[in-house]
Design a protein around this ligand. Structure first.
Ligand code: AKG
Length: 295
């Protein structure tokens, strides 16, 4: 077994000291109303929970991840011309970046998630950097996150953390309220096309915007840095193109709770450690580090 699931980074004492000083708890806890909204609607906006120090330190790593190509421009997958404003996305940047690792494991996100999921323990599944440049013409096609995860269980969620103010015009995410409560498993897509990933199981995601019964349940928010949205992994969601002249940068971190087990799913990419675990094994160290509680 690979003893080092986290990639090797060069030691940087100054950076480690900076990270050690960043707040580990939110500006305020989630309220009872917010917890109830997450459970009934499958999504909640937590206004102003993230201390601004985190926003300040996240910009550099996000720009590095996008600039280096670690987060890939998704447009060429659907034949976009090279000069088309990008929609860049990638996962697992915490493995190569100390700030993103700290954000996933030691920021206020995990205690907020523990409260929303009602879970004693919270493990990191993955992080993702998602940047729509000004004028990026790509919608994020509707999907539910559980189709992408080699997991079973109900206590799985995604936090979406804006680094810029985001509105419908700049590509803010939209969710189908209550869609996490159904029992349909949806096939994942590659975000910039509604086509399901070949070999995956489940139903094709319906045309949400073209189905009045779903479109009328859409929820979205105008958000500012410091706000965090959290959605259940089964909640259908997507996002419009960025029609504005400002960037729409976000870090999305996905977490698991107590009832979550591994479940190998066909058609999906692998991930470190997946060959070492069996269906039904609890999610945990070393492949999915513990984010809450902290020692
Ligand atoms: O940022 C986006 O456009 C999509 C975000 C998303 O689907 C997610 O983080 O689960």
């Amino acid at each position: 077994m690979d003893p080092a699931p986290r990639s090797v980074r060069t030691a940087d004492a100054e950076l480690d000291a900076l990270i050690a000083d960043l707040p580990g708890l939110p500006n305020r806890p989630a309220t009872d109303d917010e917890i109830a909204t997450f459970r009934s609607d499958g999504v909640v906006l937590l206004r102003g929970v993230l201390p601004e120090e985190w926003i300040e330190v996240l910009s550099g790593p996000v720009d590095r991840v996008v600039g280096s190509g670690e987060a890939v421009d998704l447009g060429p997958m659907v034949g976009a011309a090279p000069d088309t404003p990008a929609f860049a996305g990638g996962v697992d940047h915490w493995r190569s970046d100390a700030v993103l690792e700290a954000f996933s494991l030691r920021s206020p996100l995990a205690p907020l998630v523990a409260a929303l999921l009602g879970s004693e323990r919270v493990h990191l599944w993955e992080d993702s950097v998602l940047v729509k440049e000004p004028g990026s013409p790509f919608p994020t096609y509707f999907h539910s996150d559980d189709g992408y995860f080699h997991l079973s269980g109900q206590q799985v969620c995604t936090t979406w953390v804006p680094l810029d103010p985001a509105t419908a015009e700049s590509g803010m995410v939209q969710w189908v309220r209550g869609s996490h409560l159904g029992d349909v498993e949806y096939r994942p897509n590659l975000f910039v096309t509604p086509e399901p990933i070949p070999g995956t199981l489940g139903e094709v995601v319906p045309d949400v915007l073209g189905t009045p019964a779903l479109a009328e349940r859409l929820v979205t928010f105008d958000v500012e840095p410091g706000d965090v949205t959290v959605h259940h992994a089964r909640t259908l969601h997507g996002a419009p193109p960025n029609r504005s002249d400002r960037r729409r940068r976000a870090v999305s971190v996905r977490y698991t709770g107590d009832d979550v087990r591994y479940l190998h799913k066909p058609g999906l990419p692998g991930r470190p450690g997946l060959d070492e675990v069996a269906d039904g094994d609890p999610v945990g160290e070393p492949w999915c580090p513990l984010a809450w509680p902290r020692s």
